[in-house]
Design a protein around this ligand. Sequence first.
Ligand code: ADP
Ligand code: ZN
Length: 743
Amino acid sequence: MLIRVAVPVPLLDLLTYQVPENIGAPAVGARVVVPLGSRLVTGIVVEEIKTDDGGDGLTPAAVKNVQRVLDDEAFIPPDVVDLARWTAEYYAAGAGETILAALPPKTRGIRADAHKTHRVATITEAGVASLANAHTRPKSRAHEALRLLAVAPSGLATSDLAASGIQSAAVAGLAKRGLITFRHERLTRDPFEGASAAGTAASNDRALTDEQSRSLIRLSGLVESRAFHAALLHGVTGSGKTEIYLRLSLAVRAQGRGVIMLVPEIALTPAIATAFRAAFGDRVAIQHSALSDGERHDQWHRIRRSDIDVVVGTRSAVFAPMTNPGLIIVDEEHDGSYKQEESPRYNARDVAVVRAQRACGVVLLGSATPSLESYHHAMSGKYVHVALEQRVLARPLAAVTVVDMREEYAANGPDVVISRSLHAGLAARLALQEQALVLLNRRGFATSVFCRQCAGTIDCPNCSVSLVVHGEGRSRRARCHYCNVSVPVPATCPKCGAPYLEQAGFGTQRVEAEVKRCFPEARVARLDRDAVRRKGALASLLSRFRAGEIDVLIGTQMIAKGHDFPRVTLVGVVSADVGLGMADFRASERTFQLLTQVAGRAGRGEQLGEAIIQTLYPEHYSIQLACRQDYPAFYARELQFRKAMHYPPQVALINVIVRAPSLSAAMHDASGIAAAIARLDSHARVLGPAPAPLARLRGQYRAQMLVKGTRRRQMREAVLRAVAERPQLARRTTIDVDPFSVL
Ligand code: ADP
Ligand code: ZN
């Protein structure tokens, strides 16, 4: 008997193996140990081959034998195996790397045995002293391990250290030197630990608003049909979508079926999971990448054993091993984090639609600012459109003021970060002891360093971007946001040697410093990727803000999403223009969404809310319409642009990027592929190749072409064949089907 196996190796397609007579036939979804080159790897059985010749024209004799079958039954449910196969095909990715997304973390290597305890390392006093005296080489693994452990009072699992790139050899070395100690801890860790404070529990007996009731009745009807339906829940910010998710989920459970609830950001899982826990008890699991391997492993197996009614998770939870999902909810469905920006480049929202379809379930896409794609489907009748136009308890939307920064600069010079209006707004909220959010979607202190003599900037040695300054004073460093290279800010210009370097532009760290300077008595904190690198930092910041221990929270788009902070009455946007200048067809859409979402964080409690938006382009339509929170008008305007320029949802898009050591080589190779695509699919339009907007990234040059058309399958096949005809380019080519961003 021959089987096809997905092995967790990038780019590899399914592989064919022989099952020897003495081994029983494995089920689809079971794990098998198979030889691959000189190694043994664990793969997943994807199908049995019925024909005699092995499908690939291989004779059985040429096919290697399966070594061991690890499971009597499917380890991954067969429908999840099929979903992963569909995903691999649709997104032109390897089958094995796609099935990885459906596996719990511990099965990813050859060691498939479940573990019972995990080993936790804690730093000793000698370790702290050694760190302080710099006895370990800076940047060494050992040093890094000590640094991480020094800020983790209850220690870290060795698996977590391994996940941070610290191998067991380094850890063992430290233990030998007495700098760390180990203890063993039982498994079944509870990822809810410490999360309860972050939640807003749903009150089950709360009366729904009329709009909520009508929407719920409509959606319950879809659930009761036990047939596939896709629905868009288009509800303004604060309209009470969560309550609908919860009640609809209860109806699904009453049918004996499960619910998968996807959220865009790890930060949103505790609040949502706590709300679901209030309604479903402990039959709620969490799946996201910030859990330790052990935690994820436990949760995965609880789902697989059907001990779970609801899975709350980020992107990859769409592959959760739930056997009978009746409802898949995708909250903030427009969000870019549903798209994985590495292979397999899937969009979990779209995979969710396919999964619901195959499971005869309902997929519910929720958003205050739907993606153009989803709204387009709702308008064409492909998706059921359910609208919530009012905030609960008739709370008005925040009043929005636009500040024209050109006038601020004229009045107060070009260094202004906080305008007079925003300053006055913050002062007023502080006086009233209310809370404020301040958004700037750009990290760091200053966006570039330039030389006043030669006008040169300090650029990344690997990427075509300038380095961003992080920190102030002596700890200043210039860092690349793409490849993470970081150097101390030099005192003189590396290009002309002049000592006239200046910083330009500003990021969240600068805003934090400005707000602290203006309001020294205020409690100010910052929430961005730099501020929450340490495990638990994010949850702790959010719960401190919720508890009223922070007056002003400054942050990137991380603060704009989904959170419900009833005491926030002011939202300030330091610059609405950060995304507008990008050479990306979604720039306006993203700006509109971000502004609408962040303004929606104000006035969700009993006090009225206001938003103050600073911009250099007050007349831009995405800023104007976001201020009015007029989604339909934005959709109409943006759709015109997409039609005129032939972009989604008007056409399907595949972005093909070819990397090479020089731009001319990249352009040359890309031209060959572009010509082949045009030859293979005469209906598709191929734009380019041209240097990508980020023409150099991590030391490699990038040429890009956009394939546009209405027949996605033919387009994809043409691209795949064009690349297959040039095997030497396979590793240097990225195929992105339905790209979210084309930088
Ligand atoms: P959305 O996700 O649509 O922005 P939420 O679901 O976060 O909105 O709800 C906004 C706020 O309104 C929350 O504090 C929620 O608890 C509250 N809420 C929701 N439904 C009701 C209701 N029927 N009556 C009173 N408060 C409600
Ligand atoms: Zn770089």
